[in-house]
Ligand binder design. Structure first.
Ligand code: SF4
Ligand code: SF4
Length: 245
């Protein structure tokens, strides 16, 4: 296209300009998402979505603006919104329930986030970095919050109710009539086979590729954890076969 050599950029910013080809590539990925036509049908610019959006009350963020940028194919504006604004959405979908056009601004934001991750945008890396420990915990144990993580020190913002976590959880957990909950190190026990199946799903759906794009170090650690679990599972299967023989 005639735009090929064109770039955009803030003349008073030291940030590198973005080639128009890149903007088109990013929009093509958004437009080509399997859910895009389901989430956007037009836009009256009525602002009902923004009026009901909780994030719009607290941040410089407007779902109406996001939808308008997409509907009018404002490539520079879309790229600009992906630097910060899209990360303000709480994904509550109040907007989707209110829009007279049956758009889902929250769903469109979700698509833009996926594309931001795919393109390794710095905004995606910055937003996701604090969740590295959570991701590692989920991938290595199958669940996120373990009972032994619930301490006064870890949750000082819980206010006066934090005293309730002083209960003898290790004893209370053993009273639950579900054996997989008799643990303090994880929320529940996830067996090896389930873990290995989850890894396959993450690989096949591209989740691990996305992780590699935004955090290569975490990807390496996760890959090691996956290899270990797969080896463990293979050994367990061999033992079972030997016992059955
Ligand atoms: S409520 Fe729907 S039609 Fe109105 S501005 Fe928001 S997205 Fe557009
Ligand atoms: S899903 Fe996002 S854009 Fe929609 S109302 Fe909730 S916070 Fe606002």
């Amino acid at each position: 296209m005639a735009h090929a050599a064109t770039t955009i950029g803030d003349p008073v910013s030291s940030a590198p300009p973005v080639a128009y080809d890149k903007l088109e590539e990013i929009f093509a990925d958004i437009r080509g998402h399997v859910l895009y036509d389901h989430e956007l049908h037009g836009c009256l610019n009525c602002g009902i979505c923004t009026a009901t959006c909780p994030s719009a009350q607290y941040y410089d963020y407007s779902p109406r603006e996001i939808v308008q940028l997409l509907w009018t194919e404002n490539l520079e504006g879309i790229y600009d919104a992906m630097q910060e604004k899209i990360w303000a959405c709480a994904q509550c979908y109040t907007c989707a329930a209110r829009c007279p056009f049956e758009n889902s601004p929250g769903g469109l934001v979700m698509i833009m986030r996926e594309v931001a991750i795919k393109h390794g945008m710095q905004s995606a890396k910055d937003v996701l970095r604090p969740f590295s420990r959570v991701l590692l915990k989920v991938i290595s144990t199958g669940n996120q919050l373990a009972p032994n993580m619930i301490t006064r020190d870890a949750f000082p913002d819980w206010g006066p109710d934090v005293s309730k976590v002083d209960a003898p959880l290790n004893i209370l957990r053993k009273a639950i009539p579900v054996p997989t909950l008799h643990t303090m190190d994880t929320a529940w026990v996830v067996n090896l086979r389930t873990s290995v199946e989850l890894y396959t799903i993450w690989e096949e759906t591209g989740v691990l590729d996305q992780l590699e794009t935004v955090d290569e170090n975490l990807f390496d650690v996760v890959s090691d954890v996956m290899d270990e679990k797969r080896e463990e599972y293979a050994e367990w299967l061999e033992e079972q076969e030997a016992e059955d023989a």
